[in-house]
Design a protein around this ligand. Structure first.
Ligand code: MN
Length: 335
């Protein structure tokens, strides 16, 4: 059996990079994406090096995995994926990148698996794309890079996507990106829109919208994967329950069938991507239990060496270390 499975590992295709460049050259660009375009997706030597690694889902990536003791990567299209493109381009490029992903997995079936890209801009076609690729060996879930043009998956228009994910038993990885246009303004200063804070604020909000909208009363078998140690939600969970109960009584929150924390425990798992804090892991273990935490390295954005060094060395039960490193990934993604 594999010993280390990393479940939030990014890639991109040339076509998507070209489509981003076209959007960034246009007149109407989401402010958060414009900031990303000027840095992460730009032409600086650092950005170009990352881009080179994102584009390689062949032998170069396998070599890097070998170097760092990663037995398997679950690949997903990097943020914002196709979600900043017009609906028809996005739908076409999501399918093309899934075909590229399936081909890469076929070359290294023991080392790579993947999450399907979809274009939420066209919910019915996104659901059809999930159905198309679900039977491909190696496709083990779907990725959504948080908001799509400022909209979140709790919106009724996206129900076909959640319905398909649930019916096909595909976990949905809710990956961060820069905050939506309606919330991004105060994040544009000091780099706050980026992964140090804004990404977690955005993805955490998205997860909370799914919980508080009763999405899991409608889709009780849906599994959501949240990176970055649960985007801080485990830290807040007691207070979220406590205030929900008060707000529900005074009419300031809708009534749900269950407590917010119950959905979080049953419908979510979290990953360690980008977080190498023993305290944050300890809190998450106490709040959620070892069955709910999966290892991720967030290649190529984070140091895989640091992630492995952290997870090899952190002072936890050996059985829990195995659960986090690979056993939970095998269960959650049906590997
Ligand atoms: Mn990531």
């Amino acid at each position: 059996m594999p010993r280390r499975i990393a479940v939030e590992e990014a890639f991109v295709t040339h076509e998507i990079v070209e489509a981003w460049d076209a959007v960034l050259a246009g007149a109407r660009v989401e402010p958060g994406f414009r900031m990303m375009g000027n840095t992460m997706l730009g032409k600086s030597p650092g950005a170009m090096a990352v881009k080179g690694r994102l584009l390689d889902i062949g032998s170069g990536r396998i070599e890097h995995m070998d170097e760092h003791g990663i037995d398997m990567q679950i690949l997903s299209i990097t943020a914002p994926g196709v979600q900043v493109l017009d609906a028809s381009t996005a739908t076409r490029l999501a399918a093309a990148s899934n075909d590229r992903l399936i081909e890469a997995i076929a070359s290294f079936p023991a080392r790579l698996a993947g999450l399907a890209a979809i274009a939420p801009q066209s919910p019915a076609r996104a659901a059809a794309e999930l159905a198309r690729v679900a039977s491909s060996p190696g496709i083990k879930g779907a990725i959504v890079n948080s908001h799509t043009r400022g909209e979140y998956l709790d919106s009724p228009k996206y129900a076909p996507i959640l319905e398909a994910a649930q019916a096909l038993a595909l976990p949905l990885y809710l990956h961060p990106r820069e905050p939506s246009p309606a919330m991004v303004r105060p994040y544009l200063d000091y780099g706050l829109y980026f992964a140090g804070w804004g990404f977690a604020a955005e993805a955490g909000l998205h997860a909370m919208r799914l919980i508080m909208s009763g999405t899991f009363d409608r889709f009780p078998k849906l599994t959501i994967v949240l990176g970055h140690m649960g985007e801080a939600i485990p830290f807040w969970l007691q207070r979220i329950d406590n205030r929900y109960q008060l707000q529900m009584r005074i009419g300031a929150a809708p009534k749900l069938n269950r407590l917010p924390s119950e959905y979080f425990r049953d419908n979510f798992v979290i990953t360690t991507s980008g977080v190498c804090s023993p305290a944050a892991l300890e809190l998450s273990l106490k709040v959620l239990g070892a069955e709910s935490i999966l290892f991720a390295a967030d290649y190529p954005y984070e140091s895989v060496a640091e992630a492995v060094e952290f997870m090899d060395g952190v002072d936890i039960d050996e059985g829990d270390r195995e659960r986090i490193y690979w056993r939970n990934a095998v269960r959650v993604f049906h590997l």
